[in-house]
Design a protein around this ligand. Structure first.
Ligand code: NAD
Ligand code: UGA
Length: 458
């Protein structure tokens, strides 16, 4: 079959893999290739044991793989062949030099741009899929267009808004797709080409075209606003615990105001994930570099509140358990940064586990999908942490359970059986407010929800 477009994605991670799989499934007329420098990742994409866990992903991959979807490590050949190149490499926080701890590390992105400029033999559209600082496209444009072959590249921004755990649903039915392009005749032609891809399944009114800078910045701002809502509600959870107000009721009550809206108001032990913290710190750094100190401080406080929420959770545990948890076995239920993913990047459980260890607790970790990543995250601690698949085994002999991830299986465990196997008095700290607190209290647990009165037998 003659393909009508040849699309390439560089970077086969959480974004590149699912995004391209959905494009390939929706558009059998296009050839979609995904490349990566990580050969093990590509092998996994070519197997039934995909490198990431995402509900529904395997079905989508199986539908298109080998037909019009290809995973490969042949990067140069794929660049040469492609007309449209999405770049979806990682853009972590810089941990060295100027801007360390805040600025985005653009070395992977730049390496990709330089390689495209080196290998390409014809004009191509280059699309920023990675989340990048505003005005990155300007630098990329310079790098790409300083080639000596006279080849012209158009650099567009098309950030991704999928959330992990619901990636396929989000990609099938996005709230909006943003496509930013230079406002030149060539830029607008390239923009139309990219609009055409998404128009295969996304209603036209949800495909928003604008200039590149607005699109780049909108991605950082969207993540900052989402994280800000969580930090806001988490700050109020602390006040609820002092006043006998109930955070779930407060969330419900304010969320009924259509101007506020009811989503992203679930109080938690803290937000995690690879992007919220990184993207806010990047926004903070950009503001600082433009001399906008107050704006930078405002957004930095969203991250500070998140750190406070994690510390506060451990303090609650410590104080509830008679000010010492040294030598006490504590079972962390969940390690992933949210349910339905095996991803543990920036998971609050990482900090909580370390803080509990600082208090000399014996921490045992259980999670249905994230234990392999948890082991890697805590590798430096040797055998100081225990990892157990079965939550019943993890809770055996424990003084306390702390819910870190809102896995639905934790709601339906036999807590009577669990209580019988634990040390007494037994504690549950529900960092996600998913359990039936009253029922657990009646069974005999001392229950500490978030932002709600605790239920104690002493
Ligand atoms: P990831 O780390 O899972 O994947 C990035 C991949 O790029 C890795 O497999 C890496 O090997 C590959 N790579 C790096 N340099 C390369 C090179 N020179 N050539 C080929 N491959 C290379 O990252 P991710 O979670 O997919 O995130 C990618 C970007 O998307 C980031 O900018 C992130 O902020 C953004 N984003 C992520 C999410 C998410 O849910 N994870 C959502 C929206 C946006
Ligand atoms: C988030 C955004 O939702 C996506 O739009 C964006 O594309 C992505 O970041 C990104 O740029 O990487 P993700 O991190 O996968 O997606 O997951 P979210 O559902 O946003 O959850 C993030 C964290 O906030 C999780 O730890 C979650 O448990 C927590 N959260 C979320 C709360 O504590 N309360 C809430 O009400 C919602």
């Amino acid at each position: 079959m003659e393909f009508t477009k040849k699309i390439l994605c560089i970077g086969a991670g959480y974004v590149g893999g699912p995004t391209m799989s959905v494009i390939a499934a929706k558009c059998p007329q296009y050839k979609v290739t995904v490349v990566d420098i990580n050969a093990a990742r590509i092998d996994a994409w070519n197997s039934d044991n995909l490198p990431i866990y995402e509900p529904g992903l395997l079905d989508v991959v199986k539908e298109a793989r080998g037909r019009n979807l290809f995973f490969s490590t042949e990067i140069d050949a794929a660049i040469d062949e492609a007309e449209i190149i999405f770049v979806s490499v990682n853009t972590p926080t810089k941990d060295f030099g100027e801007g360390a701890g805040k600025a985005a590390n653009l070395q992977y992105w730049e390496a990709t741009a330089r390689n495209i400029a080196k290998v390409a033999r014809s004009t191509k559209i280059i699309i920023e899929k990675s989340t990048l600082p505003v005005r990155t496209a300007e630098a990329m444009c310079r790098i790409l267009n300083s080639n000596s072959k006279g080849i012209r590249f158009e650099v567009l921004s098309n950030p991704e808004f999928l959330a992990e755990g619901t990636a396929i649903e989000d990609l099938n039915n996005p709230d909006r797709v943003l496509i930013g392009a230079p406002q030149t005749p060539e830029g607008l032609t390239a923009q139309n080409e990219v609009v055409e891809i998404y128009a295969n399944w996304v209603p036209k009114e949800r495909i928003v075209t604008s200039n590149v800078w607005s699109t780049e910045l909108s991605k950082l701002v969207a993540n900052a606003f989402l994280a800000q809502r969580i930090s806001s509600i988490n700050s109020i959870s602390a006040l609820c615990e002092k006043t006998e107000a109930d955070i779930t009721e407060v969330s419900h009550n304010i969320g009924m105001d259509s101007r506020i809206g009811n989503r992203f108001l679930v109080s938690s032990v803290g937000f995690g994930g690879s992007c919220f913290k990184k993207d806010i710190l990047n926004l903070v750094y950009i503001c600082e570099t433009y001399g906008l100190t107050e704006v930078a401080k405002y957004w930095e406080s969203v991250v500070e509140m998140n750190e406070y929420q994690k510390r506060r959770f451990v303090q609650t545990m410590l104080h509830a358990m008679f000010n010492t948890i040294a030598g006490k076995r504590i079972a962390l239920f969940g390690f992933a940064f949210k349910a339905d993913t095996g991803d543990t990047r920036e998971a609050p459980a990482i900090d909580i586990a370390k803080q509990l260890l600082d208090e000399h607790a014996n921490v045992v970790i259980t999670d249905p999908k994230a234990l392999d990543n948890a082991r890697i995250d805590l590798e430096e601690y040797g055998d100081k942490f225990e990892f157990i698949d079965d939550p019943y085994e993890a809770a055996k002999g424990a003084h306390a359970i702390a819910v870190m991830t809102e896995w639905k299986e934790y709601k339906s465990l036999d807590y009577k059986k669990i209580l019988a196997s634990m040390e007494h008095p037994s504690f549950i700290f529900d960092g996600r407010n998913i359990l039936d607190h009253k029922a657990l209290f009646e069974l005999g647990f001392n229950v500490f929800p978030l932002g709600q009165p605790s239920l104690k037998h002493y």
